[in-house]
Write a protein that binds this ligand. Structure first.
Ligand code: ADP
Ligand code: MG
Length: 685
């Protein structure tokens, strides 16, 4: 049970003033459902605004607040923008410009003849001054003074900066005091503020010390939880599984295993033969051949008379794994089933029966495979593909499925810097696939300005005519950004006009059946071109696809670009990756793209990305998907994770039951970051 001290933080956002069903959806899209989430919704950056008396005092490009009187509404015909022409104290005219749906509200908040405080960035548009999508419009009569600093929050459609900021302020008012869970010596050395103050400060300005403290909390929670897992695993009993190799000998592999694959399989075999459950991470770059290692491990389990389950992060990937595994295991007599959230009715029932009576040996699926209604006869091995997409908590849920704790093999392609592996996966042994299968050719990577789009499409045409396939990736940095989605759809329409039915579209918001159909047409070779957002980042394997175009490549993280690029270069044909860049690039962006051209070593990319970003962006860019952290940036992980790891180990050594004063505070921390499965293990052990 969650400690009472945290109750006020876990109240749903509905409890706040002004949050109704209409706001709930966009808040949910950002993961903001409770007071806690709002308090931790940290600004991306801050803008400084100057309050000016009139527009002559302001320069183009400056963020200002000024009082303007609305003189005229100008709606353009068709899809053009809406403009409200407004006048300052001296009679200078400025256009307040709105695109799309925003124009409806703009008319209402800017009535003709009325004076309003308007905040936004002043730009020169032809002969005219204009502010596009002013960030605030208010009728308050008190004049703001001097320099104003304002937080800029990540948004989703339907939210404004003003709204989010007001909600965050409400959440901050509700923050309780917390006992300190950080080691006193460290607090003193770092001069960090206490928890409550750190949160408040982090919303006020670019306060590195406050941000670091909050990041450290998250890292400490993670390190502690992992250590508790490891401790508890030590006391668990699993089933020793000794395979006789009979099924593995019958596998139909279209290739010989690499040395690294053989070594990893024997490390896994050694672990599985023990009574204490395996906790092993298989780390291998994209395309290094993790799937066949997973299959071998699962075959060992089946040889020993037990069942194995493989968890994939997406439906598409689960399907693909199922096909690959079934093909390689043809003729072995091993029964491999697919179970996803979409299987309903009779089909689902029959799979559930098969798992219960043991007629199914291996099941591949999404998280549907560990729902409460699923029981196994004797599950003894769990494989988790793309481990970084899941929390450790989910893994533990799965672990409870067996009567004894199953062996766990987690797989990841995340090229986290070597120095961080221990700290991030501290509870696991590690096997590395540090060797790519033979015959792979380097991917010819080029950076091309978007101004040469015509040439790129021409090259694409020749490529498809030669019988090969291609990916076209559009950026979708946040799943919620509708502009990105619109851009992807527009690109799809344009390419379809050119290539006809040979083009399919794939993005996260399509219906599952539509996604499958698209993926299937592409995998079968019927469709030649797959236009996609980053949903294809993980795992998809179509060796005949040998060209990838990535639009607005500068918007992606290097690790992500690397994962994306790993979708090509999977066969023996020469592959090409075209990184389309915008017309103007910052120096850092230029260097980062150059690095992509230079190397295909995921570890090197991860390490250099850290160096290049160091100090670049003011607040650091939080990672989505690549790490299990939401608050800590890559730099903060680099800097603070080793400290958190040592701190956690010391605490567990001194107070393994988390019963002392600091131990109790640490429990709060685990709940706060929803690593409470760590605490639950304590009780069980
Ligand atoms: P990962 O999951 O590590 O990204 P996959 O398991 O999907 O990689 O393998 C990538 C590709 O390499 C697949 O097409 C697979 O058939 C092939 N492959 C795997 N192992 C070998 C090997 N030893 N020799 C040649 N090709 C291999
Ligand atoms: Mg894979």
């Amino acid at each position: 049970m969650r400690p009472e001290a945290l109750n006020s933080l876990f109240i749903e956002v509905d409890a706040l003033e002004g949050v109704g069903p209409k706001l709930r959806r966009p808040l949910e899209k950002l993961g903001l459902t409770r007071i806690r989430d709002l308090a931790y919704h940290l600004p991306d950056r801050f803008v400084e605004r100057r309050a000016v008396d009139n527009l002559d005092e302001a320069g183009a490009g400056e963020n200002i607040i000024v009082s303007l009187t609305v003189r005229e509404h100008r709606a353009s015909s068709g899809r053009g923008p809406f403009r409200a022409l407004a006048e300052d104290r001296l009679g200078n005219i400025c256009a307040l410009t709105y695109f799309g749906r925003a124009s409806y509200t703009a008319r209402k908040v800017l009535p003709v003849g009325q004076a309003r405080w308007v905040a936004g960035r002043l730009d020169q548009y032809g002969q005219m001054l204009q502010i596009v999508h002013p960030e605030h419009v208010s009728e308050s009569t008190s004049a703001p003074m001097g320099q104003l600093r304002e937080a800029v929050y990540p948004l989703s459609e339907g939210l404004t900066q003003g709204r989010v900021s007001a909600l965050v302020q409400q959440a901050l008012k509700a923050l309780p005091e917390m006992p300190e869970w950080i080691e006193p010596g460290l607090m003193e050395r770092m001069k960090w503020p206490v928890w409550r103050e750190a949160l408040i400060e982090a919303h006020k300005g670019a306060n590195a010390s406050a941000r670091d403290r909050l990041a450290y909390d998250e890292l400490l929670a993670n390190a502690l939880a992992l250590m508790l897992v490891r401790e508890s695993n030590r006391t668990q009993r699993g089933t020793p599984l000794a395979g006789d190799g009979s099924l593995r000998a019958k596998l139909r592999l279209p290739f010989a295993l690499t040395g690294a694959q053989t070594r990893s399989i024997s490390e896994i075999e050694g672990d599985m033969a023990q009574e204490s459950p395996m906790l092993r991470l298989l780390q291998g770059d994209v395309g290094s051949g993790k799937t066949v290692v997973a299959l071998s491990a699962m075959m060992i389990a089946v040889e020993a008379g037990a069942q194995a389950a493989m968890l994939a992060p997406t439906e598409i990937l689960a399907r693909q794994h199922h096909e690959t595994l079934t093909r390689m295991a043809q003729g072995t007599g091993v029964e491999i089933a697919l179970l996803t959230g979409r299987d309903k009715g009779r089909a689902r029932e029959s799979i559930l029966m098969g798992l219960l009576d043991g007629s199914i040996d291996i099941v591949v699926g999404t998280h549907a495979i560990f729902q409460d209604t699923v029981s196994y006869r004797n599950l003894a091995l769990v494989v988790i593909d793309e481990q970084h997409r899941f929390g450790v908590g989910q893994r533990l849920m799965l672990a409870r499925k067996g009567r004894r704790t199953p062996h766990t093999l987690a797989m990841t392609a995340t090229p986290i810097p070597r120095t961080l592996t221990l700290a991030q996966y501290g509870e696991m042994e590690v096997s590395r696939l540090d060797e790519l299968p033979p015959g792979r050719q380097a991917i010819d990577t080029r950076v091309v300005s978007v101004e040469r789009l015509g040439d790129v499409v021409g090259a694409l045409e020749r490529h498809v005519e030669s019988g090969q396939q291609a990916y076209w990736v559009c950026p979708m940095v946040r799943e919620s950004e509708s502009d990105d989605l619109a851009a992807a759809e527009a690109r799809f329409a344009a390419l379809k006009a050119r290539f006809g039915d040979h083009v399919v579209l794939l993005h996260g918001q399509l219906k599952p059946e539509v996604k499958d159909a698209a993926m299937e047409r592409f995998a079968s070779g019927e469709a030649k071109l797959l236009v996609a957002t980053t949903v294809i980042e993980v795992g998809v394997d179509v060796p005949n696809a040998t060209l990838m175009v990535i639009e607005q490549a500068e918007r992606f993280g290097l690790a992500q670009l690397h994962q994306l690029r790993g979708r090509v270069g999977r066969g023996s044909e020469k592959s090409t990756c075209l990184l389309l860049r915008g017309p103007a690039l910052s120096e850092t962006a230029r260097q980062r793209l150059a690095l992509m051209r230079e190397t295909q070593d995921g570890f090197r990319l991860a390490e250099e990305d850290l160096v290049l970003r160091g100090g670049g962006e003011l607040l650091g860019t939080r990672q989505s998907g690549d790490t299990p952290f939401r608050i800590a940036s890559l730099e903060q992980i680099q800097k603070l994770l080793p400290l958190a790891h040592d701190d956690a180990r010391l605490l567990i050594e001194r107070d393994g039951g988390l019963a002392g004063a600091r131990g109790n505070a640490a429990r709060l921390l685990l709940y706060l970051f929803e690593r409470d499965w760590g605490v639950q293990l304590l009780r069980g052990g």
